[in-house]
Design a binder for this molecule. Structure first.
Ligand code: ANZ
Ligand code: ZN
Length: 847
């Protein structure tokens, strides 16, 4: 009897699948129901595929193979997010052109993905750095430009001096460049922006970036991260009149007759009677205004100026996270609280950011942590005006109130004039109405999300299709002239200017309107632009007339399942949603969310429990593992390690374990009696599979079909694999096993371990791929009495009932209970204190 030897088997089937492309190709015109299963396409780095790629790509591969066998028309494509800094940085170091590096890396990735047996429709591959692709990236830029959604403005940008480039806020981590970890500085530059803020709220018939989150099946943590990033806050603008001791004397002052105001943004106007000072950001124009009118309005002018100079060196993040708040009082100026007429001092302090809200805040140290810290340091008065609603009755005697910490929640107002006694929310409504009536302010919604800065002063990206002409101004490149090709002969050594400026052939151009000498825009686009629309291109990858044909988009989009790293929770996913919303609002497509369902794979840690990293020398390389154990074992092991979304450590024993399991499966072929591969009559057909005899083993086979199918659909691959292991053990104990059972087993195993499944299948005499088979159906009658109704209680009340198998384990029951949609509504955000499991009956959750 031959031994299980993946080294012999795997290359053979890899070749077979490559030669039989049709097995995994997506059919544009098919009557079958479609399923679009998408991976986040990789950046082709020189390091090749890592274990995290293998994890998520195996997961989607299992789903894709399963769905095809269930009769779905599956689109499962792959491509490369090929523009970007690493290739350019590598080029700077080694003088190897990024195109070369990228091509080499793509070849290596492709080899590895084929080695892993991922069933992609390779005929649809897209590479974002190819002109055939970035032509359409440029087309999208023009689409946005022509619809007023791309504009240029001078802006303070994050500047990395070491990479010599602008960074998006998202690429700055703790004040440092995400790539090179250098400290990030601020710099003023003319930049292109996309108006993503237009789509925060619903835009005509297009759902907004906030409300759209409600209708998609995404992890709650990811939706929360997006909401957070967008940072919607409802509040009020309040005008504090500026009082200045000198302004009355200065007869030339512009402000003699008109009042000057500092406008603050607050989410807590209900606390305004507790405002004891006002703070403006260093960038606030009020300071330069006061100076312009007459410098001596600020009596400690030089101290203020010195402070302004100091803050210029700090990034927003430094400012927000500074351990100690700093600031300077603007002497000679006060601000008048419109509600009680009180004049309070004005400070300039960098914990207030220039570009959020109005760049000015009313400080309420009694009810805001940041203001509290600042007031302690500068010995400013603290005045409490909100009490917890269930606290002591402080309305008559506020001295009784002893708050240990700053009380930041909503409550009941006191010391607040006519608003005393109102609840916070009610007070806010009434106060805003009063402000609006008296023209001293209004209700206001603010967002943290800024427009998307897309200009990069880099070489290895898609050129921005714009020409500047002295006579005609900013001129979009005509669509017929696309793509604007990236010139090849460019010196990409960074100088702070765009490398493309140095290519005369690129930079100097004729104006498309008047034909006179003009200049090309020499910035390239943020690579996130390239990856914001690639999933459309897979629907119609070769189209030369359009980014994708309407009909083809209709056939395939939206994406049914998207799997990738949680590190993309904000950027890539938000930008992709934005692009989809733009297309929807302009009538190009009829859906406004690109990814209906999304899941993230968890981080695979090193065996030592630390993060895998080159510097720690603990990185597991898929190539090595495949050499040792074969791709099937690597696939199975990564799926068996634990729930897909969990972080989990590598475990060498574990991969040996799954290898032994496959050896066991390999030997099962000896237990089929009198099997003659020549005799095709012995190969069971589908109806026979559903009709195996009614033994104990038979029941287990049916249960396993049910379990594996449901687990794949719910993406619980680890429990599906353990069900396959249980069945293998049972089969191993039999002296003989029926061909029907065996056949069924191979099909169930095939999405997980496709190489061995094909091999054993062909050993049965089949000449066609196992992936041409139909997925087996279980017979509900056979496992009926095996099911019970599990009651789920939350805090003693019945909230859901679910059908589960009678012998469900405690762990599984708890997981199911926690994941029930109905139950989630009751436990969301709460800490679960206890879960009680009563076998065969009940789960009781206590929060
Ligand atoms: C007074 C107040 C009292 C506030 C109170 C909070 C609690 P979000 O939710 O993030 O929008 N703020 C406004 N503009 C700011 C800026 N440019 N830089 C730093 N902080 C700023 O927060 C809004 C709150 O953050 C505002 O409400 C303001 O402080 C502060 F008991 O006003 B609040
Ligand atoms: Zn012109």
């Amino acid at each position: 009897m031959d031994k299980y030897n993946p080294k012999d088997i795997e290359p053979k089937w890899q070749k077979f699948w490559e030669e039989n492309l049709d097995l995994f190709s997506a059919k544009d015109d098919s009557q079958q129901e479609k399923a679009y299963i998408l991976d986040m396409f990789p950046y082709p780095s020189g390091d090749g595929l890592h274990t995290g790629h293998v994890e998520s790509y195996t997961a989607t591969d299992i789903v894709s193979r399963y769905l095809r066998m269930k009769g779905k028309n599956v689109l499962h494509p792959q491509g490369f997010d090929a523009f970007g800094l690493p290739a350019e940085n590598f080029a700077i170091k080694t003088k190897v052109h990024p195109e070369k590096t990228t091509e080499k890396a793509i070849n290596n990735f492709t080899r590895q993905m084929k080695m892993m047996g991922f069933s992609y429709d390779w005929s649809r591959q897209v590479v974002t750095s190819e002109p055939e692709y970035y032509k359409w990236t440029q087309w999208f830029f023009l689409l946005l430009y022509k619809n007023g959604l791309a504009y240029k403005k001078k802006a303070k940008v994050n500047w990395c001096d070491s990479c010599q480039t602008v960074l998006a806020n998202e690429q700055v981590e703790n004040g440092r460049c995400e790539r090179c970890k250098n400290l990030v500085a601020q710099k003023d530059l003319e930049q292109w922006f996309f108006k993503i803020t237009e789509f925060i709220e619903n835009n005509g018939k297009t759902s907004g970036l906030i409300s759209g989150l409600e209708k998609i099946d995404w992890p709650e943590s990811t939706r929360a991260a997006q909401r957070n990033w967008i940072g919607r806050s409802e509040g009020a603008l309040v005008k504090f009149e500026i009082k200045n001791s000198k302004s009355q004397i200065n007869s030339k002052s512009e402000t003699q007759n008109s009042k000057q105001y500092i406008e603050v943004f607050t989410t807590r106007v209900d606390t305004i009677f507790g405002c004891t000072y006002v703070v403006v950001a260093p960038e606030h124009k009020i300071i330069s205004n006061l100076i312009r009118q007459s410098a001596d309005q600020i009596s400690n002018f030089s101290e203020v100026e010195k402070y302004l100079e100091e803050t210029k060196k700090k990034s927003d993040l430094d400012r927000m996270e500074a351990k100690e708040k700093t600031g300077v009082k603007i002497e000679g100026v006060t601000a008048k609280n419109p509600f009680n007429g009180e004049e309070v001092p004005v400070f300039v302090a960098d914990y207030v950011l220039g570009h959020y809200g109005t760049g000015a805040v009313m400080a309420v140290p009694a009810h805001d942590e940041r203001d509290c810290e600042f007031s302690v340091k500068y010995k400013l008065p603290v005045r409490e005006v909100i009490s917890p609603s269930d606290g002591p009755d402080v309305q008559n005697d506020s001295s009784k109130l002893k708050i240990e910490r700053t009380f930041v929640d909503d409550g009941i107002l006191f010391n607040s004039g006519e608003y005393t006694g109102l609840a916070s929310e009610d007070a806010r409504r009434k106060m805003i109405a009063w402000l609006e009536e008296n023209k001293l302010g209004k209700g206001q919604i603010n967002y943290k999300l800024r427009d998307w800065l897309v200009s990069r002063q880099r070489y290895w990206g898609a050129p921005i299709p714009i020409v500047y002409c002295d006579a005609c101004g900013t001129v979009p490149v005509p669509e017929s002239d696309l793509p604007v090709k990236l010139p090849h002969d460019v010196d990409f050594l960074p100088t702070g200017e765009s490398p493309l400026q140095k290519s005369k052939s690129f930079h100097n151009v004729k104006c498309p309107v008047c034909g006179e000498k003009a200049r090309r825009e020499s910035d390239t686009m943020d690579t996130f632009v390239c990856s914001s629309w690639y999933y459309f291109r897979y629907a119609d990858p070769k189209n030369e007339q359009k980014f994708a044909e309407k009909e083809k988009i209709k056939t395939w989009m939206p994406v049914d399942l998207y799997v990738g790293g949680a590190e993309h929770s904000v950027l890539h996913l938000l930008y992709s949603r934005f692009f989809t919303k733009v297309l929807h609002s302009l009538g190009h497509i009829d859906f406004d969310e690109p990814f209906l369902k999304m899941r993230h794979q968890g981080l695979i840690m090193a065996e030592d429990g630390r993060k895998m990293s080159k510097s720690l020398g603990n990185v597991v390389n898929p190539d090595d593992e495949v050499k040792k154990w074969g791709a099937d074992s690597l696939r199975l092991f990564e799926m068996f390690m634990g729930p897909l979304e969990d972080a989990k450590p590598w475990n060498t024993k574990g991969i040996v374990g799954v290898y032994r399991f496959l050896e066991k499966v390999w030997k099962l072929q000896n237990k089929i009696p009198n099997f003659n591969p020549e005799h095709s009559g012995q190969i069971p057909n589908k109806s026979q599979i559903a009709n195996i005899q009614n033994s104990k083993l038979d029941i287990l086979v049916h249960k396993t079909i049910k379990k594996v199918s449901e687990d794949i659909e719910a993406m619980r691959f680890n429990t599906a694999i353990s069900a396959l292991m249980i069945l293998a053990n049972a089969l191993e104990k039999e002296e003989k096993i029926s061909l029907l059972h065996y056949t069924c087993y191979l099909i169930l195993l095939s999405p997980f371990a496709p190489f061995i499944a094909e091999e054993l299948w062909s050993k049965l005499g089949h000449t066609e791929s196992i992936f041409m088979e139909h997925w087996p159906e279980y017979d509900p009658a056979k496992i009926q009495d095996e099911e019970i109704e599990l009651v789920i209680q939350v805090n003693g009340r019945v909230r859901d009932k679910i059908q589960v198998s009678a012998d469900i384990s405690e762990g599984e029951a708890k997981e199911l209970a926690k994941n029930s949609e109905k139950i989630k509504a009751y436990i969301d955000g709460k800490e679960i204190r206890k879960i009680i499991f009563v076998k065969g009956k009940l789960i009781s959750i206590v929060t």
